[in-house]
Design a protein around this ligand. Structure first.
Ligand code: NDP
Length: 399
């Protein structure tokens, strides 16, 4: 059916590319373009022999002209941005210049401030509308599937959703005392930031990890989880009418938190450059270099993830609760695509988002978050492409 340009060749991209190749009726041709071309070539080598035709290229996605040249040469139907949040705006600029649809999994974050917000990308709405192209923002799991789940719950189960609790549990064990499951720099910026949640029309800010709950997750069991700010809170607060409270919780083990606290206390998680042997270095980037590469965790990680949303609202005047979630097994993901479940749960929805934009199901000129489209085709695709969802009408609630 079409051609996709995939930018980035890290943990998430590798899964999305495997999935595009499994879905070769839709993804007839792909180009994998990233900063380090050898990674793209290695993946191409691994996947060659399938029906999807694969090309590779080197690109610096911070450079709009390079991106435009690449897009003009390959002429893709969609660009799937699986590089880092820092590249979102340059890639959107290149899509505008070439009138090409755009999909990503994480909102823009300026490199020098740990502040992720949608405002920079939402500001492109008029220009995408005028150019007649679609930008689909945040088509990973969280954000991504969590927004699709919410649109589905609203469409099929509620007249109004009043409360949303998004619960992200990882019960995987990789055997290292400390490692992050996706890009360490992005992950640590996220978890060391202040927490916040949406209530009655405003943001309530908390200290990092200030709010803790224990939740008994289906198929995983009880886990400590902590309230974090997370990017989908911002778009759901805007797009779900009548919602009064939205919170996001993620599980962390005591060992992870102890290591993180220690690294923080000694200054290793800082993004302020420091002088070291006559050179400026960013402590967090140095830390990334000494931590295990998330891609190397795949063969070692055992256990499951459970990510989902608990909704409270009203249907026909009565209070109703509804829980939608997915359970993903690290080892099964690894056997299928050579990556653990964190990359898997992001890469599969990235492929699905690109597919729905490419085949026209989710095309609408402008800039949109996933919950603004009809959730049904995405929900069907999750079941088909490896992330089956489950539902419960009587869930344990979070106080
Ligand atoms: P990785 O660090 O594994 O991969 C990032 C890739 O982007 C690497 O291949 C890297 O190249 C490439 N890259 C970085 N900078 C540039 C650049 N300037 N030009 C070209 N390529 C570049 O990250 P992940 O795969 O873990 O994460 C990818 C994205 O997915 C991130 O934005 C992350 O925030 C998001 N994510 C979203 C989730 C969700 O549920 N929505 C969950 C997890 C992640 P090189 O190989 O040279 O380093």
């Amino acid at each position: 059916m079409g051609k996709a340009l995939i930018i980035g060749c890290g943990g998430v991209a590798s899964v999305a590319i495997h999935k595009c190749c499994q879905n070769s009726d839709v993804f007839e041709e792909i180009m994998i373009a990233s900063r380090t071309k050898s990674k793209c070539d290695a993946l191409k080598e691994k996947l060659s022999g399938g029906k999807t035709k694969i090309q590779t290229a080197q690109v610096n996605a911070d450079n709009v002209d390079e991106l435009i040249a690449l897009i003009e040469k390959f002429r893709p139907d969609v660009v799937l941005n699986l590089a880092l949040p820092y590249q979102d705006l340059t890639i959107m600029d290149a899509c505008l210049a070439t009138k090409t649809h755009y999909v990503d999994t994480a909102n823009y974050e300026p490199p020098d401030t740990a502040k992720f917000e949608y405002k920079w990308q939402w500001a492109y709405k008029d220009r995408f509308e005028k150019a007649g192209i679609t930008a689909l923002l945040g088509s990973g799991f969280d954000p991504g599937v969590t927004g699709v789940f919410t649109a589905y719950a609203l469409k099929h189960h509620f007249d109004v959703i009043e409360q949303i609790d998004i619960l992200d549990a990882n019960a995987g064990d990789h055997g290292y005392p400390f490692a992050t499951n996706f890009n360490p720099e992005i992950n640590i910026r996220e978890v060391t930031a202040k927490g916040s949640y949406w209530e009655d029309g405003r943001w309530i800010e908390t200290e990092p990890m200030e709010i803790k709950r224990v939740y008994n997750f289906p198929e995983i069991g009880p886990k400590d989880m902590y309230l974090l700010h997370h990017e989908e809170l911002e778009s759901l607060a805007k797009n779900i009418p009548g919602v009064r409270r939205i919170r996001f919780f993620m599980t962390f083990s005591q060992s992870y938190l102890t290591h993180l606290k220690c690294l923080e206390n000694v200054g290793m998680t800082s993004i302020e450059p420091i002088e070291f042997e006559g050179k400026k270095i960013v402590p967090l980037q140095f830390l990334k270099a000494v931590l295990p590469d998330p891609a190397s965790l795949g063969p070692r990680t055992k256990g499951k993830t459970n990510i989902g949303c608990i909704y409270t609202g009203k249907k026909d005047g009565k209070v109703k609760h509804y829980y939608l979630y997915n359970v993903c097994d690290h080892q099964e993901s690894y056997r299928e695509v050579g990556s653990q479940a964190i990359s898997y749960t992001t890469g599969v929805p990235a492929m699905i988002g690109a597919m729905l934009v490419m085949n026209g199901t989710w095309q609408k000129p402008g800039v949109y978050n996933v919950e603004e489209f009809d959730p049904d085709p995405f929900m069907d695709a999750l079941n088909k492409w490896g992330l089956p969802w489950r539902e419960s009408f009587n869930p344990e609630l979070v106080d």
